[in-house]
Design a protein around this ligand. Structure first.
Ligand code: ZN
Ligand code: ZN
Length: 110
């Protein structure tokens, strides 16, 4: 005959087996005591999962930051190039339109 088996129904903390579980981690599903969980967006999460989640988030944010900076730089360059190209074209066409423009310029001054 063996001694009384540990009751499985009463959940204990994953880190502290002597403590009663107060909450369940929404990420890994393990039970933890109040000290081991942190409320995240009204949900309880253990320290390990929280670390993992925040690390991934930070990395993603950094990636997006770099992508947006590169995108903005490219857009800016394209904008500058387009304006320069357009201005060049206008300046090249200037002499032709200038002569024609004198007609309506004289009409307005009259
Ligand atoms: Zn967890
Ligand atoms: Zn604990």
């Amino acid at each position: 005959m063996s001694a009384s088996a540990p009751s499985i129904t009463r959940a204990t903390c994953f880190h502290h087996p002597q403590r009663e579980a107060a909450a369940k981690c929404v990420s890994c599903g393990r039970s933890y005591c109040r000290e081991c969980v942190t409320p995240v967006e009204r949900r309880m999460m253990c320290a390990g999962c929280l670390k993992e989640k925040t690390a991934v988030k930070a990395e993603k944010k950094r990636d997006w930051f770099v992508v947006s900076i590169i995108g903005q730089a490219l857009l800016g360059l394209m904008g500058v190039w387009f304006v320069a190209y357009f201005m060049g074209r206008v300046l090249l066409q200037m002499p032709d339109t200038f002569h024609e423009g004198t007609a309506w310029e004289r009409m307005i001054s009259k």
